[in-house]
Ligand binder design. Structure first.
Ligand SMILES: [Zn+2]
Length: 309
C-alpha cells in the first residue's frame, strides 16, 4: 500500500478537481500495475483518493476513453463483443443478484429504466412485469436486438429524458458508475427520469472487498483496471448519491463468489473464478458470504436510492 504522504505531487490533468465534491487534493492509494482489459495485461499507473468525499480514481491518462462504450472497443477490451449469446452467458448471473437485492420492491406495473443495459440481460429477467421498459445504452451493436425484443432503446439518458423525464418508477444503473466521466452528473441525469419518490438501484465493485485487505500487494493490481475510472466504498458512493440529490434508502453488500474463490486467491495470488475446492461445500460458502456481507467486505455494493418527493 502506498503511503498517502509519500507523493503529494501529481499531474493535474490526470487528477482534475473531483466532480463529486470539488476538492483538488488527491492522496496516493496505489502506484504500479493496473489491469488493462482481460486478466493478464496491465499498464503502470496510479490511483488516488479524493481528500474530500473519499472517491478513488485512476489517473485520467490511463482511463479508457468514453467513445469506447459507443463502439466495439470496450467489449473487445474486456474480452467480449456484441454477440448477444455471449452477453447473456456473462450477465444473466448478475441479473439474478440484482433482482434478489431489490426484493421486496416489486416491478409489477411499474415504469422501469435500465441505464447501461448492455444487451438487456437484466431487462429479460423482469420482462412481463413492468408496464414499460426503457433500455439505455450507448452500444449501438445491441440496439437492434433490444428493439426487436420490445424495449424502448435510447443511446443516452438525455435522449430517454426527452420522452420519459419524471415518469420512471425504478431506474437501474448496474456496474456502470465506475466507467462514467462524472459520477455525480450521471446520477443527477438518472434522477431526472424518475417520478417523485422514484427509486434508483446502483451497483459497483466494493473497494472494501476482503481481498484488498488480505492481499494488499497482489489484489489491487487486479481490482483497479483501465476501464474503471472510479472506485467506491459504501461511504463514498453514498456521498456521491446525496450530492446528486438522492436520499440513500439502503446500502447492501452482495458477495458473488464462494469461499473457494478467496482461498484460491490467498494460495495462488491470481483469480480462479468459480473453481471449487473439495473441502469447501455450500454451507461454507453461505457462511462466508453472510459474514462478508454483514461486515461490508463483500465484492459488490448496491445502493437503493430515492428521488425527492
Ligand atoms: Zn471528492
Amino acid at each position: 500500500m502506498a503511503d498517502p504522504e509519500e507523493a503529494i505531487e501529481f499531474d493535474p490533468s490526470d487528477f482534475p478537481a473531483c466532480p463529486i465534491c470539488g476538492t483538488d487534493r488527491w492522496l496516493l492509494k496505489h502506484s504500479g500495475p493496473v489491469r488493462d482489459g482481460a486478466y493478464g495485461r496491465s499498464v503502470s499507473s496510479s490511483i488516488r483518493s479524493c481528500a474530500g468525499c473519499g472517491v478513488e480514481r485512476l489517473a485520467e491518462g490511463a482511463c479508457l476513453e468514453s467513445v469506447a462504450y459507443r463502439e466495439d472497443t470496450y467489449r473487445r477490451h474486456v474480452g467480449q463483443d456484441h454477440d448477444i449469446g455471449r452477453h447473456y452467458a456473462s450477465h444473466d448471473e448478475l441479473a439474478l443478484f440484482t433482482l434478489q437485492t431489490i426484493w421486496p420492491t416489486s416491478l409489477r406495473g411499474k415504469r422501469v429504466a435500465d441505464v447501461g443495459c448492455g444487451g438487456g440481460s437484466l431487462l429479460d429477467h423482469m420482462r412481463g412485469l413492468p408496464e414499460q421498459i426503457v433500455a439505455v445504452d450507448p452500444a449501438e451493436g445491441f440496439a437492434q436486438s433490444l428493439i426487436s425484443r420490445g424495449y424502448r432503446w435510447f443511446p443516452t439518458v438525455g435522449k430517454a429524458a426527452e420522452e420519459f423525464a419524471g415518469q420512471i418508477d425504478v431506474a437501474f444503473a448496474i456496474q456502470v458508475i465506475k466507467h462514467v466521466d462524472d459520477p455525480r452528473e450521471f446520477l443527477d441525469s438518472i434522477r431526472s427520469l424518475l417520478k417523485p419518490d422514484g427509486q434508483c438501484v446502483v451497483s459497483t465493485p466494493n473497494r472494501a472487498d476482503i481481498l484488498m485487505e488480505l492481499l494488499p500487494d497482489a489484489f489491487p493490481a487486479f481490482f483497479y483496471r483501465t476501464q474503471h475510472r472510479w472506485a467506491f466504498d459504501a461511504d463514498s458512493l453514498s456521498a456521491c448519491a446525496r450530492a446528486a440529490g438522492f436520499h440513500v434508502d439502503s446500502v447492501r453488500h452482495v458477495h458473488r463468489y464462494g469461499m473457494a474463490n478467496s482461498l484460491l486467491w490467498l494460495r495462488d495470488k491470481k483469480p480462479s473464478g468459480r473453481s471449487s475446492l473439495e473441502a469447501i461445500d455450500g454451507s461454507a460458502d453461505a457462511l462466508w458470504r453472510m459474514w462478508l456481507e454483514s461486515t461490508g467486505r463483500a465484492d459488490n455494493l448496491y445502493l437503493i436510492l430515492r428521488a425527492p418527493s
